[in-house]
Design a protein around this ligand. Sequence first.
Ligand code: GLY
Length: 331
Amino acid sequence: MSARSTVFAPVPLSIQPVVIAGAGVIGLSIALELTRRGIGVTVLERGRALTQASVAAAGMLASEDPHNPAALRAISKYSIGLYPEYKARLEALSGLPVPVQTTVTVQYLEDGSAMQLAEESLDPRQLAAALLGAVRAAGIDLREGFSGSIREELRGRTLVISAGAWSSESGGNSRVAVAPRKGQMLRVTLPPALRSLREVHRSEHIYVVPRVHGPQAGTALLGATVERAGFDTTTNTADLARLRAMAAELLPALASETNAPLVESWAGLRPGTPDDLPVLGCGDDATLWATGHYRNGILLAPATAMTVADMIEGNVPAVDLAAFAPGRFVR
Ligand code: GLY
């Protein structure tokens, strides 16, 4: 698994300090893994860390979702295998818990049947708090509100672009087709009939994700829209009502706004790509891309961190990255 190789980089990236553009769950997970391997890291973030798609997500580790592209299967399974150690490390470094919220997903299929999947979910806000705590405990150089030129900041160091929906604008010489794919979502208090809901219920176009532990316990997320709306993050009542109605097709007790009152609603910007697959690998200018995770950023964070760290060390990653090559749609 660890044969030396430079096939992933036109020049050996060498074990030199790295600059990461973007402090979402992907960028900070990479930073933590590089730090664990003794590689110096600076993370540049134009806004605030972990405030975009990373905390808008529902937190399903949906490695078994039959609607995921088949090309995601191997890296999803790899990431699931890494999750216990990844999570334990965040918890140990930060002192903050990231409890598994659910362990079963009921997946509804087009033919009207349903199957049970052994999938876990997490609360991404708990994950984000622990990840940020871990990054701080590890002493990682994280610069929020960065307004300068990433290229000028590099000074010969390797650049990793993990700027989510903003990745196409984040300083590579080459540009990769990543664009925002908006998702609106609402969170409701679980009605009495569903107080003991312990599993995710999901069909192709809607999911209900209960929170069991932590500050959101006793509520459930109903999501999500998939929209091409640029960088707009507004929500609208018609879309939220439609999500509730679709959720109520799976669990009728969610239909009542009285019994299942709205707690909050929001919209996030998934980093989408033309083929719904991540961009993970070396670009034509030795820039490393780790973006475009679309609906699976939380799931794929540990695998992405290991893979990027392996590439930087010159090792062959544990999974085949051919389907994720940045060059497949350079424009
Ligand atoms: N990961 C769930 C979604 O993208 O809506």
